[in-house]
Design a protein around this ligand. Structure first.
Ligand code: HEM
Length: 147
């Protein structure tokens, strides 16, 4: 889940923020009332922070260095600060439970001759450009378990 949200953050520009006072961030003056978008998509692919940033490598999180707390501004798919996502705990449980159920209950395959296309379509929420079409193959021993 962490690597998916690093490489394909669901809300790539976070929610627009508006400073209540003029402030300076790494030398840039941000005037009071500006509309600020944070490009978390680009930050989480920054080659000076992430080794081989465009590769999907979940093991980069094995050392538990990165979490969703928003305290590290190199990895914050749920935002940071006072207005960060209020649903992290729920999102994490739903994401993991749904994924685990789908993998536990079915084997999955692509249509004959198809390859996986992970091209993104930019918008308020990041989507796949081409919808995923996958065929579920039941793998549980007893069909009544699917009822
Ligand atoms: C994978 C799933 C989710 C992702 C990636 C996500 C991401 C985000 C992001 C990036 C923000 C803006 C934070 C900022 O601008 O600093 C946000 C705000 C918010 N999210 Fe989520 N979210 C997810 C699921 C949920 C769920 C399941 C809920 C509720 C049950 C939720 C409730 C909220 C609320 C209420 C805010 C606004 C918080 C505020 O403005 O004070 N989110 N989310």
């Amino acid at each position: 889940m962490k690597e998916v949200l690093r490489i394909h953050p669901a809300i790539l520009l976070l929610a627009p923020h508006c400073p209540s006072e003029t402030c300076t961030v790494v030398g840039y003056v941000v005037p009071k009332g500006s509309c600020v978008f944070i490009n978390v998509w680009a930050i989480q692919r920054d080659a000076s922070i992430w080794k081989n940033p465009t590769e999907f490598r979940p093991e980069r999180f094995l050392d538990n260095k990165w979490d969703y707390s928003g305290n590290d501004l190199n990895y914050f798919p749920f935002g940071s600060g006072r207005r960060m996502c209020a649903g992290i705990a729920m999102a994490e449980r739903m994401f993991m439970y749904s994924l685990a159920s789908l993998i536990h209950s079915f084997d999955w395959k692509l249509l004959e001759g198809e390859t996986l296309d992970l091209t993104e379509k930019f918008g308020i929420a990041l989507k796949k450009k081409m919808p995923l079409v996958a065929i579920p193959i039941p793998r549980l021993s007893n069909p009544t378990l699917y009822e």
